[in-house]
Design a protein around this ligand. Structure first.
Ligand SMILES: NC(=O)c1ccc[n+]([C@@H]2O[C@H](COP(=O)([O-])OP(=O)(O)OC[C@H]3O[C@@H](n4cnc5c(N)ncnc54)[C@H](OP(=O)(O)O)[C@@H]3O)[C@@H](O)[C@H]2O)c1
Length: 283
């Protein structure tokens, strides 16, 4: 009847189709969702936006610099040429003045929601980490430190819940720092204070805002523009961090972005801090 070559070709065809089907199911896990990434124009946030679009989401990225927004939108569009350009938006949001947070966040969310119901909110915006020894810490240093790492995340959540469906399919993901576990010596106390608190904040809000899910990603050292202030010292510092890591390297934004993807797509996880840090704290 059928030759063994024909049967083998049919089976091979089925196997290839099964792989394509499984891959398309994995890649489209965010289809129908709308993800806002505040801080999504560079570093970790941009990597989250890229992966979310590749997984089928509509994405709105927001940050303060119009040039960065334009460049990020182009980068995302180029990375997913088959995605309609209409699915990728950029909005300006400058978080340098807490007095304006409420008004600006409302504007961002209402503009995004007019395009499509918002489903997930990712907060990765961050300015330069303040490193000041306790002896010389001023009130101004503390006020600067809390702006984008305490006041902004809280007001992002307060605004987001007005727009998210009350469902475990909705989630908010905040971004923490490794100082929550182990602060390097020499001036990391404000960051450690805030990072420790953010984990507790997520737990409290997960209870208060149920069934909307609130989670945190806590990256180890990731090679992004956040460290550019170090100038020529950045390369050697990254090399030292790589040696101290169990994986023999520092993180890439796309590594850590996978933790955000997990927290968006697993509707059973809330109040959790996901660490992506190369095992840095085990040694
Ligand atoms: N990289 C690491 O090693 C590492 C490790 C642990 C934790 N983290 C934390 O992860 C978060 C993201 O870090 P990253 O490495 O991805 O940093 P990044 O590459 O410097 O990106 C920071 C993002 O925040 C935005 N941003 C900065 N100031 C802003 C403002 N005033 N208003 C609105 N948006 C603003 C930036 O865009 P604009 O310039 O356009 O505003 C950019 O999109 C930060 O909170 C950081 O502390 C990073």
């Amino acid at each position: 009847m059928f030759s063994s070559a024909l049967i083998s070709a049919i089976l091979q065809n089925f196997a290839i189709r099964a792989v394509i089907y499984r891959k398309s199911r994995i890649m489209s896990t965010l289809t129908g969702t709308h993800v806002i990434v505040i801080g999504g124009t560079a570093g970790i946030g941009l990597a989250v936006a890229l992966q979310a679009v590749a997984s089928g989401a509509r994405v709105t990225v927001a940050s303060s610099s119009p040039a960065r927004i334009e460049s990020a939108v182009k980068t995302i569009q180029t990375s997913s040429p088959s995605t309609s350009k209409d699915m990728i938006h950029g909005e300006q949001l400058d978080l340098s003045d807490p007095e304006t947070y409420k008004e600006k966040l409302d504007k961002l969310f209402s503009s995004a929601a007019a395009k499509q119901q918002v489903t997930h909110v990712v907060y990765t915006a961050g300015d330069r980490i303040p490193i000041t020894p306790i002896e010389s810490l001023t009130l101004d240093d503390i006020q600067v430190a809390i702006k984008m790492r305490m006041i902004a995340p809280m007001l992002v959540v307060q605004t987001a819940v007005k727009y998210l469906p009350r469902s475990p399919a909705s989630s908010i993901i905040l971004t923490n720092g490794a100082a929550a576990e182990k602060a390097p010596p020499g001036g990391w106390s404000p960051t450690a204070f805030l990072a420790g608190g953010l984990k507790s904040l997520a737990k409290a809000l997960a209870v208060e805002l149920k069934p909307i899910r609130i989670n945190v990603v806590q990256p180890g050292v990731v090679d992004t523009g956040l460290w550019d202030f170090m100038g020529e010292a950045k390369g050697p510092a990254m090399g030292q961090m790589a040696q101290a890591s169990l994986t023999g390297r520092v993180g890439k934004p796309e590594d850590v972005a996978r933790a955000y993807m997990w927290l968006m797509t697993d509707s059973f996880v809330t109040g959790t801090t996901a660490q992506s840090d190369g095992g840095y704290f085990l040694v």
